[in-house]
Each structure stands twice: as C-alpha cells, then as structure tokens.
Design a protein around this ligand. Sequence first.
Ligand code: SAM
Length: 236
Amino acid sequence: MLITVVTIFPEMFPGPLSHSLIGKGIGRIWNLKIVDIRNFAEDKRNTVDDTPYGGGPGMVMKPDVVHEAMNHALSFYKNKPEIVFMTPRGGVFSNKMAKDFSKNHEGMIILCGRYEGVDQRVIDYWKKKYEMKEVSIGDYVLFGGEIPAMVVVDTCLRFSSGIMNNIESTVEESFSIDLLEYPQYTKPMTWNGYDVPSVLLSGNHGKIASWKLEQSKQVTRDVRPDLWARFKNNRE
Ligand code: SAM
C-alpha cells in the first residue's frame, strides 16, 4: 500500500509515523512518498499562494500549482487510490471511514492545505474526476493539513492486515459498535489503594463479557450522549 502526502512541508514526514508498529511497517506493509507542492511552482520564488478574489484575510493555495503536484502524486499509482483533501469543511473522520479507505489496496493520496485553504476549482475538479473526498478531523481549525493527514494515516493503518499483531484489538476498541471501550487494568492487583474490579479476577468469561459491555454502555451514556443515541437507534 502506497500513501502519498502532498504538502508544502515535506520535512514534517514521516515524523510520528516512523515510530512504533506503523514505523516498523514502512517498506514492509506500506510505503510513504511525499510530494513537495513548491516543486510545481512556476516562478523563481516558488510561490504556491496568492491573495483571495473578493478580498478577505490570508492567502489561498493556487489551483495550477496544486493540480500539477496532485497529478505527479497520481502518476505513482497503477489503479485509482483513495484521494483525500484534509479540510475543516469536510465530513468528520471516523473509524468507519478509515476502514473503508484501508480497503483500497492501492493506497491513498492525501492533500494537505495551508493558509486559508485551496482554490475551490482544483477541489471541484479532483472531486468530479477522481472522487476526491473532503475530510475533517474535527470541529476545530489547525494551521495545516499535515497533522490531520498523520491522524488519517495512523488510523487507516490500524485496519491494514500485517501492522497490528492482534487485529482483535480493533474489534473491541472504542467506536467499533458505537460504544466507548470499557476500562482496562493490568498488574499490580492493588495500586495506591485502588483494586482491580473483582469480576476481572473471577475467571468467569461470561460474567467478564457482561461487565465489559455494561461499563462500555455506562461511559458512553455519561460522556457521549450522541454516540449513545446512535447505539440505541441501531439496536432498535
Ligand atoms: N480557512 C479554512 C476554513 O475556515 O475552513 C481553514 C484553513 S486552515 C488554517 C489551513 C489548512 O489546514 C486547511 O486547508 C486544511 O488542510 C488544514 N486543516 C485545518 N483544520 C483542519 C481540520 N479540522 N481537519 C482537517 N484539516 C484541517
């Protein structure tokens, strides 16, 4: 699986993606290529942005330069990869999206915006011609799309076979069935006056499973009423 990040800050990569299980998978399970958008600028100053039509603050990334960088990224693939533009104006990223993206064994191209964003025409073109998806990592605004791109790559790779030793972890963890995960404990049995819940020491797998489900329901009800409502709806 090839993941290509299109950015004006190539030096930010692989960054955190070179660590832990994901890092160990580079070159074995997945590969990373970076396309520096500045290489596609046409002037001596490598200009990638300009002032917005209609006025307003900040600068906008130029459509011609971004388009050429994206075309270069696409030339790395035989078949169509997932193509994603990181933007606060996109649909909110989720485990479900990550699972869907990871099914495309060709891989992904991720476009990272900067400044006030990217000229709408290049977004419209790539959406229409290549089904590019606009994806947000949440209802807040970062300076650039590079950290959001890392979030997407990290999450998608959790669903790629070969990265996680224990793929079951992704089945039981938070959001897998619209519930947050139950609390986890390890040794020692007593720490600082706090005990591990006795049911977890009982060896009774049925009881342990019901305890975990109850805990998941309780925490979801308490902290994520939106998720709780979805869980209840799906069950009904
Ligand atoms: N003017 C834009 C708006 O109000 O929607 C925000 C631009 S932001 C400063 C610059 C770039 O950071 C965006 O083009 C996008 O690539 C990235 N970015 C910022 N917040 C993001 C988020 N929540 N999810 C995904 N990408 C984000």
